[in-house]
Ligand binder design. Structure first.
Ligand SMILES: *[C@@H]1O[C@H](CO)[C@@H](O)[C@H](O)[C@H]1NC(C)=O
Ligand SMILES: *[C@@H]1O[C@H](CO)[C@@H](O)[C@H](O)[C@H]1NC(C)=O
Ligand SMILES: *[C@@H]1O[C@H](CO)[C@@H](O)[C@H](O)[C@H]1NC(C)=O
Ligand SMILES: *[C@@H]1O[C@H](CO)[C@@H](O)[C@H](O)[C@H]1NC(C)=O
Ligand SMILES: *[C@@H]1O[C@H](CO)[C@@H](O)[C@H](O)[C@H]1NC(C)=O
Length: 686
C-alpha cells in the first residue's frame, strides 16, 4: 500500500500561506479556502482565489416518458419514492429537477403530451410532469426547475421538420408552457433549454430570450444548447447571444470541457449525464462524474438522465435512473446505489457554495480517484468529497473511459487558517462491493478528529467519503416496500376513474398521445395527435400511432379493446397487436402480430410488423355497424385468432418470431380514436 500524504490547508480570510514544503512528503497538494478578493492566491483558470460557484445536482423526468409507471403507484409508495428523490436530508435530496416539455413525440421510452397539440389548443393538465414538479417543490421549495423540449407538435414546423422555421412561434410556444407553470401551478421555472441534442439556432435563442423578458421571465435563464460544447464558437463571437445564455449545457461530456467552452466564461453544465444501469457500476459512474465533471471540466452542475426508471422492462435503457420503480401493481420499488452517491454531495453542499481552487482543494488523487472541496463563503462551512472509483467499476454508458488505476492510499489532511479551529468533521462513507459482499451505502462513521489541524484517512478502492462541517446528513428510510410481483394476469380499464386530460395508466404511448376525455357524457382515452410531430427520433416515420402495455415476457395473451372513431379527424384504421418486440425510437420497426381493421371499408389486414410490410392475411370484416366496435386478438398454442365485433376474422398459425412481447393498440394514421375499454389477459388465464 502506497502511503501518500495529502496536505489540505484551509486559510483564514486575511492570511494566506501557500506551498508548504513538508519534509518527507512524497506527494502533496494544497486545499485552500479563500473566501474572496485581493490576496495573492494560487489560481487556476479564470477565477482568482476560489473556484467556480456550485449550481446543483439534478435529474430529468422525461426525455421521454421515464416516469410513466410512477404515476400509477399506490399513493403510499409513490410518496416514499418521491421522498427518496426530493426530500432534503433524506435521500438524493436533488437540487435541480429538469422535465421534458411534452412534444407529442417519441423521446426515448415513450411520448409525452404537448400542452398545445394544435395551434390555439392550450391545456396544462396533460401528462404527469406538472404533478411531479409540484411534488418536488412540496418537498424542497428551493429546488430549481429546468424545462426542455425533445420534440414539438407538428404545427410548429409549418410543414417542415424544423422548429425554428418561425422562431417567434416556437418561442411563444415554449414561453406559454413557462407561463402556464406560473399561472396554473405557481411554479417558477428557473432554466429553459433549446432542443434536446438537436441543432440550435442563434436567432431562435435570441428570440426566446426576448420573449422571456417581455413576459416578465427575466430570471428564467437559458441553458444552451443541451447537446455539445460546439456552441462556444458562436458565443465567443456574438455578444448578444453570449449575454442571453447562462450556461453551456453539454451532454455526456465524459468529465471534460473544451478550452473554447471555458473561454466563454459561461457556466458549464453536464446538463444530461449518467444514463447507466443503476447497479454498482452505475453508482460508481455517478460518483466519479459528480466529482470529476468539476475536477476535469469545471462543470458546476450535473444532471442525471433519468430521475427514476419507471418504464417497462425491454423499453430502451431499462433501469438507467437514480432508482427503479417499475411495479405500480405491486408497489415494489428499489432504492438504487446512485441515490446514495448523490446524497454524498447534495446533503452537504448547497447551490451557491464555491469550489476551492484546483490543486488547492480540487484535484486528482495520486493513486487514483479525485477530491473536491467546497465552502460556503457566508458561514465558512467546508465539505470535502473524495471518490476512488476504479475503472471497471465506474464506466458510464458513454463516452468510453480511458484506462487508469486506483489503489489504496492514505491521505493526511491539514486544516489551517479559519478552519484550524475545526476539531471534527462528520464522515459519511460508501463502498461499492464487487466481491459478493454487501454494499455499504451512505453510512455515518465516527467523526474525523483533527489534532493540531491534522487528520488521516485511509482510502480503499471503490469508496466515497464526505467530510463535512455540516451536521445534518441523514440516511432516510421508509419501511420495505411490498414484495415484487409480475405484471397482473388480468388488467382492464374503462377510463372512468381519472381526472380529465391525464394519460391512462399502464398504456404507454410510443407514437401519438392518449388522454382521458369526456365524450358525449362518457369517459374515453383519446388518441389526440393529428399530424406527424417535429420528431426527435425516427419513431414517427411510420405515420401510425401505438401504445404498448403488459409483460414483455408473455408468450401468449389475449387483448380486447372497445373503441369508436370520432367523425371529425377520425382515423381510418385501428389495430391491436401482441408479441410486439420493441418500443422507443425503434418502434417503427416493431415485429409482432398486428391485426388492423378499417371499419369504413370493412377491410382487415394481419401483419407480422407494425409498418405492415409483411402481410400474413387479408380479408373482409362481416360487421358493418358504425359506433362502438370490439377488436380482439389472441395468440395461444401457436395459433393467432382475431375477432371483430365478436365474429372471427381469422385463425392462422402464429409466426415463429418474436416469441414474446408487449400487447399494443393504435391507429393506422394520425387521427382520433376513442378507446372505451380494454381487457388484457395473460398466459395463465388462457
Ligand atoms: C407561490 O409560490 C411562492 C413561492 O415560490 C409563494 O411565496 C407564494 O405564496 C405562492 N403563491 C400562491 C398564490 O400560492
Ligand atoms: C430490486 O432489488 C432486488 C433485490 O435487490 C433485485 O433482485 C431486483 O432485480 C431489483 N429489481 C429492480 C426492478 O430493480
Ligand atoms: C367530465 O366528466 C366528469 C364526470 O364524469 C365531470 O366531473 C367533469 O366535470 C367533466 N368535465 C368536463 C370538462 O365536462
Ligand atoms: C382536424 O385537424 C386539424 C389539425 O390537424 C384541424 O385544423 C381541423 O380543425 C380538424 N378538423 C375537425 C373537423 O376537427
Ligand atoms: C383455429 O384453427 C385450428 C387449426 O385449424 C383449429 O384447431 C382451431 O379449432 C381453430 N380455432 C378456432 C377458434 O377457430
Amino acid at each position: 500500500m502506497a502511503l501518500f500524504h495529502t496536505l489540505v490547508t484551509a486559510l483564514c480570510i486575511n492570511c494566506c500561506i501557500f506551498a508548504h514544503a513538508l519534509p518527507s512528503e512524497k506527494f502533496s497538494f494544497l486545499i485552500d479556502s479563500v473566501p474572496d478578493d485581493d490576496e495573492n492566491y494560487i489560481v487556476f483558470d479564470d477565477t482568482p482565489g476560489l473556484g467556480r460557484q456550485f449550481e446543483g445536482i439534478g435529474a430529468i423526468s422525461g426525455g421521454g416518458a421515464t416516469s410513466k409507471l410512477l404515476v400509477n403507484y399506490p399513493k403510499k409508495q409513490r410518496d416514499e419514492i418521491l421522498d427518496y428523490l426530493f426530500k432534503p436530508n433524506f435521500g438524493a435530496s436533488l437540487q435541480i429537477f429538469k422535465v421534458e416539455i411534452g412534444g407529442d413525440a417519441q423521446s426515448t421510452d415513450g411520448t409525452e403530451a404537448s400542452h398545445m397539440h394544435e395551434k390555439g389548443d392550450e391545456n396544462y393538465q396533460r401528462g404527469y410532469e406538472w404533478w411531479l414538479m409540484r411534488e418536488a417543490k412540496k418537498r424542497n421549495p428551493n429546488i430549481k426547475l429546468y424545462c426542455l423540449p425533445w420534440g414539438f407538435p407538428g404545427w410548429l414546423g409549418q410543414g417542415t421538420h424544423n422548429p425554428y422555421v418561425n422562431p417567434q412561434l416556437t418561442a411563444d410556444y415554449v414561453v406559454s408552457w413557462i407561463l402556464g407553470a406560473k399561472k396554473v401551478y405557481n411554479l417558477t421555472i428557473d432554466y429553459v433549454g433549446i432542443w434536446n441534442e438537436k441543432p440550435y439556432d442563434v436567432t431562435y435563442i435570441k428570440t426566446l430570450r426576448k420573449t422571456l423578458d417581455r413576459q416578465g421571465f427575466t430570471k428564467t435563464l437559458i441553458i444552451a444548447p443541451d447537446g455539445s460544447w460546439d456552441i462556444s464558437a458562436d458565443i465567443l463571437k456574438d455578444q448578444e447571444l453570449a449575454s442571453g445564455i447562462h450556461a453551456i449545457g453539454c451532454h455526456y461530456p465524459g468529465t471534460f470541457s473544451t478550452t473554447e467552452a471555458r473561454m466563454t466564461e459561461k457556466s458549464l453544465w453536464a446538463s444530461e449525464d449518467y444514463s447507466t444501469y443503476n447497479d454498482e457500476v452505475g453508482g460508481g459512474c455517478w460518483a466519479r462524474i459528480l466529482n470529476q465533471n468539476y475536477v476535469n471540466g469545471l462543470m458546476t452542475s450535473t444532471i442525471s438522465w433519468n430521475l427514476v426508471a419507471s418504464y417497462y422492462n425491454y423499453l430502451p435503457f431499462y433501469r438507467d435512473g437514480l432508482m427503479t420503480a417499475v411495479e405500480p401493481w405491486s408497489g415494489n420499488y428499489n432504492v438504487s446505489t446512485p441515490i446514495w452517491m448523490t446524497a454524498h454531495t447534495t446533503q452537504f453542499v448547497d447551490i451557491g457554495w464555491r469550489y476551492l481552487s484546483h490543486d488547492t482543494g480540487v484535484g486528482k488523487l495520486p493513486d487514483g480517484g479525485s477530491y473536491v472541496s467546497l465552502t460556503d463563503a457566508a458561514s465558512g462551512e467546508l465539505t470535502i468529497i473524495i471518490e476512488t472509483m476504479s475503472h471497471d467499476h465506474s464506466k458510464c454508458i458513454r463516452p468510453s473511459l480511458p484506462p487508469y488505476k486506483v489503489s489504496p492510499q492514505t491521505m493526511t489532511i491539514f486544516l489551517e487558517g479559519s478552519f484550524a479551529a475545526v476539531e471534527t468533521m462528520d464522515v459519511w462513507y460508501s463502498k461499492l462491493a464487487f466481491d459478493g459482499t454487501e454494499n455499504i451505502m451512505f453510512q455515518k462513521k465516527q467523526p474525523l478528529t483533527f489534532t493540531d489541524g491534522k487528520a488521516q484517512l485511509s482510502l480503499g478502492v471503490d469508496e466515497i467519503y464526505t467530510l463535512s462541517t455540516i451536521k445534518t446528513g441523514n440516511k432516510g428510510a421508509h419501511p420495505n416496500p411490498p414484495q415484487s410481483s409480475p405484471f397482473p394476469q388480468v388488467v382492464a380499464d374503462m377510463f372512468d376513474e381519472y381526472p380529465e386530460y391525464v394519460e391512462p395508466n399502464y398504456l404507454a404511448p410510443q407514437v401519438g398521445s392518449l388522454e382521458v376525455r369526456n365524450v358525449s357524457g362518457k369517459r374515453v382515452a383519446r388518441q389526440t395527435v393529428l399530424q406527424r410531430p417535429v420528431y426527435w427520433c425516427n419513431a414517427e416515420t411510420a405515420d401510425k400511432t401505438i401504445s404498448v402495455i403488459g409483460d414483455f415476457d408473455w408468450p401468449e395473451m389475449r387483448f380486447t379493446v372497445k373503441f369508436s372513431i370520432p367523425a371529425n379527424n377520425g382515423t381510418f384504421g385501428v389495430f391491436v397487436a401482441v408479441r410486439v418486440d420493441r418500443g422507443g425510437c425503434q418502434v417503427q420497426n416493431a415485429q409482432g402480430i398486428f391485426f388492423f381493421v378499417f371499419p369504413t371499408t370493412r377491410k382487415f389486414i394481419v401483419s407480422s410488423d407494425f409498418a405492415r410490410k409483411n402481410v400474413l392475411k387479408e380479408g373482409w370484416l362481416s360487421s358493418s355497424t358504425t359506433g362502438e366496435h370490439v377488436i380482439f386478438l389472441q395468440v395461444h398454442k401457436g395459433v393467432a385468432i382475431g375477432k371483430f365485433d365478436s365474429r372471427q376474422a381469422f385463425n392462422i398459425s402464429a409466426p415463429e418470431t418474436p416469441k414474446t412481447g408487449f400487447a399494443a393498440v393504435g391507429t393506422d394514421n394520425y387521427g382520433y380514436i376513442d378507446l372505451h375499454q380494454y381487457l388484457l389477459q395473460g398466459p395463465q388465464t388462457l
